[in-house]
Each structure stands twice: as C-alpha cells, then as structure tokens.
Design a protein around this ligand. Structure first.
Ligand SMILES: [Fe+2]
Length: 220
C-alpha cells in the first residue's frame, strides 16, 4: 500500500513537473516569437512583395494605429506594429486572392503563427473564414477599413491633413453613404462592438495614431 502511494505521488509530481515545463515553454515561445522580427525586417519583407507607394502608406497608417491602440490597452506596441506592417502583405500581388497567399509568404520568412493568424483574421467575413479572437486581432479588423475613411476625409480638407481632423468630421463623412462608398461602415461598427469600445473612441484613437506618422503617410 505504501509502495502504491509513493508510485502515485511520483506520477503526480512528474505530471506537475511536465505541466510546469510546458507552461515555461509556452511563455518562452511567446516571448521569442515577439522578438523574431524587427520593424526594419518587417518593412523589408513587406516590400519584397509590394512596390506601391500608396499601399505602403496604408501599411504605415495601420502600423501607427496599432501602436496607438496597444498603448491605450496596455499591450505590446512593437509586436502590434509588426502585425500592422505585414497585414496586407499579399495584396499587392494578389488583390483578387487577398489573404490566400499571406500565410505562405509569412511562413517562408519564419514569421510566428500568432502574427499569421492575426493577418488572416483581419479579412473575416470578406476574404477569410478566420475569426479575430485576440484583442490585437479585433483592433486590426476594426481599424483597417477605418484608416481608409480617415484618409479620404482628411484629403477633403483644405489642409489635406490629419493634424486638424476631428472625430465629428469623420462621423459626418461616415453618414454620407456616397462618400468613400468602398469603406464598409458596418464592418467597422461590428469591430467596435467586438472591442467593446465606443465608435467615437475608436475613431479618436485612429486619428491620433495616424497623426504620429502624418508626414510619412502624406497627411501632414
Ligand atoms: Fe489593410
């Protein structure tokens, strides 16, 4: 009986030890994944497949907004920024097959699976069946289209700048259905609900993020 108990104890200890090691391994994987690619490397990878200046400005806009939201939500801005840069990596070469080629391109470059999942989930319901789950994915899903509306609204202003752009100006254009008709307002509203954030706050943070790179995106 004593012998049986100690064998059971041993197995329990081994199980606990294995669980602990697995936990450590998972944490290490996350930390290491977050450091596998620098901003410069992400931009170089993006440019390997895209040569359009306007698409690159969009990538920089999304990067800046991802950073802004990460700060707001006390997350990792550097990691979120990388996702922002890479999110449309296959659009330049395959606009009609958007997000179908992104996983291969990113896997070939050794990009971690969490980045790939985030990239693919931003087209949820449009060109992807992958649902945004992580908070970072929900932000990307929400703000991708919104940066387009903010850009178009800013370009209508005499200043052609985001620096003096208000939330109410964007909301006014939001209600004008013929304006930037390609921007899916319902998707953005759905994203705000997913984020449990007021639409005005989402717009405010998006404008704020884009202001931080106003010159680089041609809206200074
Ligand atoms: Fe995009």
């Amino acid at each position: 009986m004593v012998h049986e108990e100690s064998a059971l104890e041993k197995r329990l200890q081994q199980w606990c030890c294995n669980r602990f090691l697995l936990g450590v391994q998972q944490v290490l994987e996350v930390v290491l994944n977050m450091k596998t690619i620098s901003r410069e490397e992400a931009i170089a990878l993006y440019k390997q497949y895209n040569d359009s200046e306007s698409l690159f400005r969009h990538a920089l806009s999304v990067e800046a907004v991802m950073r802004r939201f990460a700060v707001e939500l006390h997350e990792n801005p550097e990691f979120w920024a990388i996702v922002g840069i890479l999110h449309d990596i296959d659009y330049g070469l395959y606009p009609a097959e958007h997000l179908k080629h992104a996983p291969r391109m990113l896997e070939d470059a050794g990009i971690s699976s969490d980045v790939i999942h985030a990239v693919v989930s931003h087209g949820w319901g449009i060109c992807s069946e992958v649902e945004p789950v992580h908070i970072m994915e929900k932000v990307l899903y929400t703000i991708d289209e919104l940066t387009g509306l903010v850009t178009a609204t800013a370009l209508m202003r005499p200043s052609k700048s985001v620096m003096d752009l208000s939330v109410s100006s964007v909301k006014k254009k939001w209600k004008t259905k013929g304006f930037s008709a390609g921007v899916d307002r319902d998707l953005i509203a759905k994203g705000a609900i997913l984020l449990n954030m007021e639409l005005d706050k989402v717009i405010e943070l998006t404008i704020d993020g884009m202001r931080s790179v106003a010159k680089e995106i041609g809206l200074g």
